[in-house]
Ligand binder design. Sequence first.
Ligand code: LLP
Length: 408
Amino acid sequence: MALEPSTLSSLAETYGTPLYVYDAARLRQQYTALHRYFTWPNFRVLYAMKANYNAAILALLRDLGAWLDTVSPAEVILAQRLGYTADRMLYTANNMTNDEVTHVHETGILLNIGSLSRLDRYGRQFPGSRVCLRFNPDVVAGAHAKIRTGGDLTKFGILMDDADQVVDIARRHRLRIVGLHEHTGSGIAETQAFYDSIDNLLALASPERFPDLEFIDFGGGFKVPYHPDEAPVDYKKMGARISDRFADFCDQYGRKLALYIEPGKFMVAECGYMLVTVNTLKINRTRKIAGVDSGFPQLIRPMFYDAYHHIANLSNPDGMADCYDICGNICETGDRFAEQRMLPEVREGDILAIENAGAYCYTMGGVYNLRAMPAEVLVDSDNGRHELVRRRLSNEELIDQILGESTL
Ligand code: LLP
């Protein structure tokens, strides 16, 4: 289910461009689908809020009962202010400072620790605490080299070879290891990679080694299609298979543990759109360049990961197809949302929708070249309601903010 082009066009007219639009109905659908796919009864979705921490999205997921994967003290504060209690969060920052650890520990949120050194310091500081351990699943998978977290060339997680050392450290400080965690990467298309990571983690999780387990967390990484030709992953099958595997594991372990996952993209990617207006067409010999009113700092995935984002021409859907570079308004050559893309004829004034813009788009955004982030609108395709949920700073406000932070 996608938003209608007419809905998007009218939102662009009402709120102006550039504009982020999120569909609440789609978000609810993704969350509830996971609960159908994973048949294990004690199942939790910890939404990876780094993907999109718009307050309206977090509030919606809070009301649906989601928990959170948090990765910084400020994410924790935001979640707390929006009514998420400590027992609904797991803290999975990496390379945490001592101050950060102290602060998060005092909130009562469970820390997920991914290095021996930090575990030892945590144990010395807070002996007898509950803790979750992040293991590196030793499986390399994900949509791009920059977002593959498994394997020993990355900074993430404790190597499985070090499991015995972990147990020694925990015993020394009487730490109660209540959870085990792994996250393999983002945008993983091969279900086998998930199964391999899960098997690797579960192979470590014996009751002799980890007698206090309450849950196992298999991280995020669930790919959604970005390209129209991409087939969606069969998550119904995968959820059932993982649930069955987990049931077998719990039988061996001797207790029914909780199963957690931490989706970011799966939850929010497809509910989001960035709307832009074409303001300048240029023909460079054979190359047609359509220039729009926002740039890569406001949606960096194409430039940063060579990510494909589908683009629709809302204003001229039946126009003659032609090939375009869709470029932003930033002073860098790489500032392109799409290169040599076939689109219905693009004219100055046309509104384009950049799709799958709900995950890691606004949140990875910035104001390079001093162009403010777009406003964000939440629409509900179930009832047609829409509201501005974050406004765009005016240029004066942007500069007030910068000068307000200046110490001169
Ligand atoms: N859990 C942990 C520990 C993670 O590090 C991540 C993502 C997730 C869960 C959620 O992964 P997801 O389900 O969203 O794939 N900026 C990149 C993605 C970076 C993902 C970082 N960690 C992108 O735009 O593709």
